[in-house]
Design a protein around this ligand. Structure first.
Ligand code: XMP
Length: 507
């Protein structure tokens, strides 16, 4: 879409790289992330940011880049952590490897209050995460900030090339956003990023790509697919929005989804195929197999119900795209198969039959787009729900008995969060089954039943998450109702695991 004057972020593998892209967009400029292997094929950027990364420049296979090509762009460059160390070597300096890791808050003392540090306090709190440090600073380069020990942590190699040994993109770097903004002010004619412009571009893009071909899109009631369907509708596409009720939905979810689309005036068709999914899942307890079965069946159901559809639209987001791309490149271990990246979809994609108009956006940007499209806020504030539905909240085999229990517990928990005004404060919450029987007493009788686990997390974009310190009163009332009302459960647990190492869903 935009390949002029965007901000190119080169990914050296830091867990915070996506955040750099988001922050730049928050500052009102369009940014894109590139795998380092793709350099220098990064279009015509107006500024380039080299991310941090876990490697040491002294390692034989440390990621490298073509410095002459970088300089040939003639645009401002910012090296963050690993990016700074690599640049220091390229400019003729050196880096000292170290086994000791400096991690956490540090104080930044700036040597000059102009350029990168215009309007920045000294000291200013920043967030460090590195082991190597710059050693020899090349001729002509200048130290522009130090940490509390006097160690150089920021360099200026020339008027537009800077390095910082801290992460400006994390909120723990109190003035990080301003520092990024100061860097970007060295660039000329950056492509602005406003959601309204984006909306118009996406709609024009849909019209140009789809023409009068018939396009199918799946809706689940979730934010992404809702925004997608409304977008296609707004673009006047010949669209059939299909709600596949795979029987893995939450309590009364089908009714609510239909009601919401009716409110927005977007027609949807419901395909009720709970039995088909449950039969396919019968006896399957492996999480990856479950995901693949559900993902493939989903597409089958589409093609079955709309035989002459020529295209498929899906609400894939930017993090899914980069995660799949970087996984493919780095051969990093596969954690989960996202249902929109199964083989059938990849085949369709190769034939140019898949449209993913949200593929350049982060989740909160999709919400903004939803607002720009006039979608009611309560629909946009719904918690995320995974494509494979309750199947990934039901470890082991999936069957109606287990799903019923999860639905009932989940409805009680979510109802309590809403009643106490906590639903909107939490990023995502749900009840998941612990299919382990333990002994209890119900009435005067021994019970031998399963446990249910409640999970509530806050997160920015699902890459990391923290569990929420819910008021005990909510947990108490939820537990009381579950234990009294849901047959088959005699124990309620609260999940206090962060991501990483746990994931948000159970499977
Ligand atoms: P995890 O469990 O990976 O979840 O920490 C991160 C976020 O993604 C959602 N999720 C999915 N969403 N299809 C989706 O559309 C999927 O296959 C899928 N798996 C997980 C999950 O609910 C959480 O918000």
């Amino acid at each position: 879409m935009h390949d002029q004057q965007h901000v190119a972020v080169l990914d050296f593998g830091s867990q915070y790289t996506q955040l750099i892209v988001r922050r730049v967009r928050e500052l009102g400029y369009f940014a894109k992330l590139y795998a380092i292997e793709d350099f220098p094929n990064i279009g015509q950027p107006g500024a380039i940011i080299l991310s941090g990364g876990p490697s040491s420049t002294s390692e034989p296979d440390a990621p490298d880049l073509d410095f002459a090509a970088l300089m040939a762009f003639g645009v401002p460059v910012l090296g963050v952590c690993y990016g700074m160390q690599l640049l220091n070597i390229k400019f003729g300096g050196s880096v000292e490897a170290s086994d000791r890791r400096e991690y956490g808050p540090a104080s930044l003392f700036t040597d000059e209050a102009t350029g990168l540090y215009e309007g920045i306090n000294s000291p200013s709190q920043v967030w460090m995460s590195h082991s190597d440090t710059v050693k020899v600073i090349p001729d002509g380069a200048k130290v522009i900030a130090r940490n509390q020990h006097g160690t150089p942590v920021s360099l200026k190699w020339n008027e537009t090339c800077f390095g910082i040994q801290f992460h400006p993109e994390v909120t723990h770097s109190h003035e990080g956003l301003q520092i990024l903004n100061n860097f970007l002010s060295h660039a000329k004619d950056l492509q602005p990023f406003h959601i309204d412009d984006f909306k118009r571009e996406i709609i024009d893009g849909i019209r140009a790509t789809v023409g009068d071909r018939q396009i199918v899109c799946g809706v689940s009631g979730g934010v992404d697919s809702t925004v997608l369907a409304v977008l296609l509708h707004a673009a006047g596409a010949n669209v059939r929005a299909i709600f596949v009720d795979h029987g893995l939905m939450r309590k009364d979810e089908g009714i609510e989804v239909r009601k919401n689309f009716a409110r927005m005036g977007v027609p949807i068709e419901t395909v009720d195929c709970a039995e088909r999914f449950l039969t396919a899942l019968d006896g399957v307890d492996d999480p990856e197999k479950k995901r693949v079965i559900i993902g493939n069946l989903f597409i089958d159901v589409f093609w079955d119900s709309v035989g002459d559809a020529e295209m498929l639209a899906q609400g894939t987001l930017y993090p899914d795209v980069i995660e799949s791309a970087s996984n493919a490149k780095s051969k990093a271990s596969k954690i989960k198969t996202h249902h929109n990246r199964v083989d059938r979809i990849l085949e369709l994609q190769a034939q140019g039959k898949v449209l993913e108009p949200l593929a350049e956006l982060f989740k909160d940007e999709v919400r903004e787009l939803g607002i720009a499209l006039g979608i009611p806020r309560d629909i946009l504030q719904r918690h995320p729900f995974p494509g494979p539905g309750l199947a990934v909240r039901c470890p082991g085999v999936v069957n109606e008995e287990r799903l019923h229990i999860i639905r009932e517990c989940d409805a009680i928990f979510i109802g309590k969060l809403k009643e106490h005004g906590w639903y909107d404060k939490v990023w995502q919450a749900y009840a998941g089954l612990v299919p382990v029987k333990t002994v209890g007493v119900k009435g005067d009788e021994r019970s031998y039943e399963w446990a249910i686990s409640l999970r509530a997390v806050i997160s920015e974009d699902a890459m990391t998450a923290d569990w929420v310190e819910l008021p005990y009163q909510i947990l108490r009332e939820t537990s009381h109702r579950i234990l009294n009302e849901v047959k088959g459960i005699n124990r309620v647990l609260y999940d206090v695991s962060t991501k990483p190492p746990a994931s948000i869903e159970w499977e």
